[in-house]
Design a protein around this ligand. Structure first.
Ligand code: F6P
Length: 378
């Protein structure tokens, strides 16, 4: 049996930077004398049938810049363990036993699980079952509370910002209202950051209740200042003023509600109320594809290297986390217990308000008033 072997898998929705982690783990493990295997299609590859490939310097060479994951991934199937606003779901004990068997058979001294909150909730259950796991946080949504940033987020924001730049010119040319719907599930990080970076006029996020009156007021207020177009960024998880998410369907396989469609609802209501030409763009999975940004390459590579360190130090049940400039770790259980959502008194929100960006929660002529600077952290 091989004694110095590390297993690795990528689970949940993909994002830019996963391949950088795979490369980082493989290289760092090699330096310490470990060899690596990568399981295919997330947790599915661990059992029934076991599917894995050896990871070497040769087959991970050149993948740093590539989006997606060479190992494949899924956010559905036998290991879907939703957390967040939905509940944790227990993994079938027969599957857990199968995973332990695989780990023993392959002589793995550690299993590195790269995933978001649902996937890390699975890793936590592995840990509780005695399987030696280490977690690496990944999601474009940036909604894991134990780390300041997850890789994938910066790439998604960059994509959404680029979309806003493009919408800006066409909105201005046609004097239209443009609504950009972005991902993020129940956190407004992507909408907030892209909205600020892309010069959005209105940002609607799940954390701040908003009204159509105030959104329309902002559009009219801009017009009164001679600005005959408006850019709105709407997070897919922003709740409608009368309550409720706009969702496509409940997916049995992922055991999650699939959000999406709020951009169209917002655009239609603006048109109905103001009779202004309004268009909607849903960015969708473009945010998850393509090469990682420089920031995400650095973050993902560091996560990979430090995950190997955790395995080497046998600090199982822990997840790497980033609190700039330091790489630390926390118990996985602390990372999956609560979502990180936008703090409505944060510096970023305060700065946006100071610029006159509307969150749809107050009349536009008061957007910058009542700034709560004293509660913002410095
Ligand atoms: O969690 C990442 C994410 O991209 C969310 O922002 C989005 O709601 C969801 O995944 C989309 O999932 P799927 O790939 O199943 O459509």
């Amino acid at each position: 049996m091989h004694q110095k072997r590390i297993g690795l898998l990528t689970s949940g929705g993909d994002c830019p930077g996963l391949n950088a982690v795979i490369r980082g783990v493989t290289k760092a493990a090699g330096q310490l004398g470990y060899d690596c295997v990568g399981f295919l299609k997330g947790y599915e590859g661990l059992v029934d049938p076991v599917c894995y490939v050896p990871l070497t310097n040769r087959n991970t060479s050149g993948i740093l810049t590539r989006g997606g994951t060479i190992l494949g991934s899924t956010n559905k199937g036998r290991f879907a363990a939703t957390v967040g606003v939905e509940q944790r779901i227990a993994i079938d004990p027969a599957l857990l036993e199968g995973v332990r068997h695989t780990v023993e058979q392959l002589g793995l001294c550690g299993l590195i699980c790269v995933g978001g909150d649902g996937s890390l909730a699975v890793a936590q259950q592995f840990h509780e079952y005695g399987i030696p796991v280490v977690g690496v946080p990944k999601t474009i949504d940036n909604d894991l509370s134990a780390t300041a940033f997850t890789f994938g987020f910066d790439s998604a924001v960059t994509c959404a910002t680029d979309a806003l730049d493009r919408l800006h010119t066409t909105a201005a040319s046609h004097e239209r209202v443009m609504v950009l719907e972005v991902m993020g599930r129940h956190a407004g990080w992507i909408a907030l950051y892209a909205g600020i970076a892309g010069g959005g006029d209105v940002i609607l996020i799940p954390e701040i209740p908003w009204t159509f009156d105030d959104v329309c007021h902002k559009i009219l207020h801009r017009e009164s200042q001679g600005k005959r177009f408006t850019l709105l960024v709407v997070a897919e998880g922003a709740e409608l003023p009368d309550g409720g998410f706009v969702a496509r369907e409940f997916e049995q396989l992922s055991r999650q509600t699939r959000l999406g469609g709020i951009g169209g609802v917002v655009a239609a209501e603006i048109e109905r109320r103001l009779h202004r030409e309004t268009r909607v763009a849903v960015l969708g999975h473009l945010q998850r594809g393509g090469p990682p940004t420089t920031f995400d390459r650095v973050l993902a590579t560091q996560f990979g290297a430090h995950a190997v360190r955790l395995v080497h130090q046998q600090r199982f049940g822990e997840m790497i986390c980033y609190h700039p400039p330091a790489m630390n770790s926390v118990p996985i259980i602390d990372a999956v217990n609560r979502l990180s959502r936008v703090d409505i008194n944060s510096d970023a929100v305060q700065a946006a308000r100071a610029l006159g960006i509307s969150f749809g929660d107050r009349p536009a002529d008061q957007a910058g008033m009542h700034l709560n600077w004293e509660t913002a952290s410095v």
